[in-house]
Design a protein around this ligand. Structure first.
Ligand SMILES: Cc1cc2nc3c(=O)[nH]c(=O)nc-3n(C[C@H](O)[C@H](O)[C@H](O)COP(=O)(O)O)c2cc1C
Length: 220
């Protein structure tokens, strides 16, 4: 059975292109007829808490020494990490906002990338003391942007702080392999947009079909 975690983050419910790509991806998965367990987390509908000083103190307090209040504070973080840990395939469908990820998605990352749960820290490792603790997952990133040319070599490549950021974070989510499908040109609404949308929709469906069948994704 495939365990899939679907993260959505667009503030738009209607006409959201990243949500549309997520739906296409899921239809590709469904087409395989394989058994899939899906956990969906809509970060725009229910934004994760922003990190507070109490969160940071609690993260760095050994579990045996945590107070009841601190344990309660960890509730959302524990839930998000459990959902992540149980997934073979992580699908993050997100808009580009101000050249990066929406605040709700960053808040989720800040609750999930946590010492002792998703990474360990040891100065004995020298200049690279952080080590991811999760492994064996595949990450799919589905994006929508108003402008264009964000891919490597494109005219706005150096402005993309969304996809490269998610690539950097992937090991901390337990993913070595990252796939990206994006629709661009939304703000132009012209033929380039139509072509970009059609290509991304096709790719998202095909990728869903392919990854649902991929043995490395269905290893559990
Ligand atoms: C608050 C906000 C910020 C945005 N910032 C950017 C941006 O920096 N670069 C860009 O190309 N498009 C930007 N856009 C356009 C969105 O990326 C585009 O509308 C995309 O389709 C949104 O995803 P969605 O359709 O899933 O809601 C922005 C849109 C909003 C609402």
């Amino acid at each position: 059975m495939l365990n899939l975690l679907l993260i959505t983050a667009s503030a738009r419910r209607e006409r959201s292109l990243s949500r549309d790509l997520a739906a296409r991806f899921m239809s590709g998965v469904e087409k395989t007829g394989l058994r899939v367990q899906i956990v969906e987390r809509d970060l725009a509908a229910t934004p994760p808490p922003l990190l507070s000083e109490s969160h940071i103190v609690t993260f760095f307090t050994p579990d045996a020494q945590r107070s009841d209040d601190q344990r309660a504070l960890l509730g959302p973080s524990d839930m998000f990490i459990d959902e992540l840990a149980g997934a073979d395939l992580i699908v993050i469908a997100t808009p580009m906002y101000n050249y990066g990820m929406p605040a709700s998605l960053k808040a989720w990352v800040d609750q999930v990338v946590r010492i002792g749960r998703t990474f360990s820290f040891d100065l004995a490792r020298g200049d690279y003391p952080l080590e991811p603790m999760l492994a064996g997952k595949t990450l799919v990133v589905l994006t929508a942007s108003g402008e264009f040319g964000f891919a490597a070599g494109g005219q706005n490549a150096e402005k993309d702080h969304l996809v490269p950021h998610l690539h950097t974070l992937a090991p901390y989510l337990g993913a070595k392999t990252v796939y990206h499908v994006g629709v661009e040109y939304q703000e132009f609404g012209d033929r380039r947009f139509e072509a970009s949308l059609a290509a991304a929709q096709y790719e998202a469906t095909a990728l869903g079909q392919r990854l649902a069948r991929a043995p490395c994704v269905r290893s559990r």
